[in-house]
Design a protein around this ligand. Sequence first.
Ligand code: NAP
Ligand code: G4F
Length: 375
Amino acid sequence: MSKNIALITGVTGQDGSYLSEFLLAKGYEVHGIIRRSSVDFRERIAHLEGTPNFHLHYADMGDSMSLVKLVGKVQPTEIYNLAAQSHVQVSFDAPEFTADVDAVGVLRILEAVRTNHLEKTCKIYQASTSELYGKVEEVPQNEKTPFHPYSPYAVAKLYGYWIIKEYREAYDMFCCSGILFNHESERRGETFVTRKITLAAARIAQGKQDCLYLGNLDSLRDWGYAKDYVECMWLILQHDKPEDFVIATGVQHTVREFATLAFHYAGIDLRWEGEGVNEKGIISNISNPSNASNLKVGDVVVAVSEAFYRPTDVVNLWGDPTKAKNELGWNPQTTSFEQLVQIMVKHDMEKVAADHVASVMRTNLAEYLEKGIVK
Ligand code: NAP
Ligand code: G4F
């Protein structure tokens, strides 16, 4: 039997780390692309380094030659193209970079496969996105819903979606898009709204932060758990024909609901007052007081800042995962919304407590060194 060899772009990201674990457990040889950076951002995959079937290589989505050489060297049977400038708000500040990586980068991967004559043996998964629906034209959204991208990020990803479809039809390649709705986890980047909330709730509960500033609290998202979603990426490539799939839970919530639940799991109940930029999240009950915090009922712990409003915002994402359920046998309800928020808050409560202990130890060590108590 021929060996399964996966090449993952974006291996250091949230999804790349879970997908690596998933494929290694299935016996794959896994190769990941990393890029040089002046500080080490490999913490999500640090626990995998040294695993015999796990290999990392330097390349960049903006560098065609590096991709062509790497694909030739690795000879992958499956490529998971997860690399992207993935932050929607940042795409308004860096639109050209976003287009280069998120749009032309997809083309570079496809051409690297063709240049190495692997188009009949290598399947390609493209990390497409619910942001394609943008200024939504219907709810819930499925594979037939029209696209209306509403940010430089979404416009770049739309090119990726269409070039995948074009190469599938023009060259008979097995390449597919997973149209994934928002998926989160304890490994989520800290500036996406869910992680920003769970970290802040943990810090506020432990007296390390006073207030959390957010943008549009009314925005609706269909949030799932990233660990469940990487299984779907794999299932899409194991399907008997190359097709695109919507991956979502089929349930939507507002940013305000996410924040209310996250603070609740951190031991703080909120009530909301005011509207728009004047809205506030106010403590109505404290169920788990921490010795380190001086919190009291009536304190404002969430406020709105216009700095987090976007020039155009996508406000009503709600996915219909029926096709993935029926054709891939995937269960969209493996982890509920409540479980997801609980997992993230539990993790961040522990992280904030551990960071505090580490900082006290560093301060003590500095003092002991200065006094000559330790050498
Ligand atoms: P993420 O945590 O932001 O990870 C992005 C990855 O892309 C990182 O490994 C990053 O490397 C890498 N990358 C960025 N620019 C690169 C370049 N020029 N060359 C090589 N690598 C580069 O994103 P994620 O949440 O795991 O999402 C994975 C993919 O799914 C992305 O394409 C995203 O757009 C898409 N997506 C995500 C969601 C979601 O809700 N999470 C939903 C739909 C679609 P560094 O670590 O070096 O920065
Ligand atoms: O968490 P977000 O930044 O995620 P967004 O924009 O939905 O993008 C994520 O999901 C996409 C799939 O739909 C991926 F393609 C993309 O790569 C990324 O992973 O924002 C979610 C919502 C937005 O409407 C935003 O306006 O939350 C709103 N929001 C409100 N306050 C905030 C904030 N978003 C962020 N990041 N920070 C805030 O303070």
